[in-house]
Design a protein around this ligand. Structure first.
Ligand code: HMG
Ligand code: MG
Length: 306
């Protein structure tokens, strides 16, 4: 099977990676990570979220983060906006501080939708619709994250039909591309392919990305399974940071370093400098007082010392 020749990685570390940290991470450290990621060649970075600070205190400095980014031409900066309040906050700043893309985030599981954004799937779509419309009117791209597309911490296994239903609803309100997320990292390759295939019924392959958490160590296998279907956009976190506050026990996203190492080894172009990426992961890991969760980064850092 012919795999894609290039892959686009969206590093979600500054948002998905840091949102679960208990201690406040200083804004300057978040900016230090974002700047190192773009320096390493990342062309898409999910930088913060405009959600309720009562729900996710770590993202309360969203406006300061947007203000502090030294933007690099050709890089797309995205933020999560669950409702009009979040969207309005994201565009309250001068235009040069607006996000290039906003992300509305729904779930294929009713229970997760309730726990994460305090409403049903149907209600979430109603809330997202005006956000999508407002964003597109302002020329801001819109991505839709679809959580729990394989399994849910509250409902267990999720049937692909439910993923298809959510993708159809997202398409119906004008979402331009979607993430197929394995929020709790329970997916294995064929199940992930089934979720992707259900999504492919509504979005073309260029507008679908894989978002895999690595709780069960399956994320790289799931990445390869996605490549087999032609999917070439993936989300990951440098140093494997993260977890979702509303998905207990779920670990971080697959580490960007591990994905890049895999793809480079397969001759697939990512445009990313692995050494600089490892420096970015080492920087944030040191700031958080822990070792990078990336296996590839750990091996390469050990070699550097030896
Ligand atoms: P709610 O309580 O139903 O909202 O929360 P509400 O409209 O009833 O408002 C309640 C209070 O929140 C009010 O303040 C609002 O002003 C305020 P009060 O009057 O009590 O002082 N509020 C806001 N403040 C700031 N920004 C906003 C906002 N909206 C309302 N945007 C809401 C609904 C969605 C806001 C809430 O549930 C929330 O913030 N949830 C956050 C969920 C979250 O960030 N989860 C993690 C990200 S998703 C994820 O990680 C999964 C993903 O990675 C993919 C995957 O792996 O699956 C994307
Ligand atoms: Mg996630």
């Amino acid at each position: 099977m012919k795999l894609p020749e290039r892959v686009r990685i969206i590093d979600v570390g500054p948002r998905d990676g840091l949102q679960n940290e208990k201690q406040p991470v200083p804004t300057d450290v978040k900016l230090g990570l974002i700047h190192r990621l773009q320096g390493a060649g990342l062309k898409e970075i999910e930088v913060t979220s405009f959600v309720s600070p009562k729900w996710v205190p770590q993202m309360a400095d969203n406006a300061q983060v947007m203000h502090g980014i030294e933007r690099q031409a050709g890089v797309r900066y995205s933020v999560l906006t669950p409702n009009m309040k979040g969207f309005e906050a994201a565009v309250a700043a001068p235009r040069e501080e607006w996000p290039d893309e906003i992300v509305v985030f729904g779930a294929a599981s009713e229970a997760f939708s309730q726990r994460n954004i305090n409403c049903s799937i149907a209600e979430s779509i109603e809330r997202f619709a005006p956000v999508v419309q407002a964003a597109r009117e302002k020329g801001i791209q819109v991505r839709g994250a679809m959580s729990c597309t394989v399994g849910c911490p509250y409902e267990g296994e999720i049937a692909p039909e439910r993923v298809g239903m959510l993708a159809k609803l997202m398409k119906g309100i004008g979402v331009q591309r979607v993430d197929v997320a394995d929020t709790i990292g329970v997916g294995t390759p064929r199940k992930v392919q089934a979720a992707l295939e259900a999504t492919l019924a509504h979005f073309d392959v260029d507008h679908i990305s894989g978002h895999f958490h690595d709780t069960y160590g399956q994320a790289l296998a799931n990445t390869l399974a996605s490549l087999e279907l032609g999917v070439w956009n993936f989300q990951s976190s440098s140093a494997g940071l993260g977890g979702c506050p509303y998905a207990k026990g779920a670990t971080g996203n697959v580490a960007t370093e591990d994905v890049v190492y895999l793809l480079q080894g397969m001759g697939i172009d990512t445009g990313i400098d692995l050494d600089k990426l490892i420096d970015a992961g080492a920087y944030i890991s040191e700031a958080l007082g822990r070792k990078p969760a990336s296996r590839a980064a750990t091996a390469i850092l050990n070699k550097r010392i030896a």
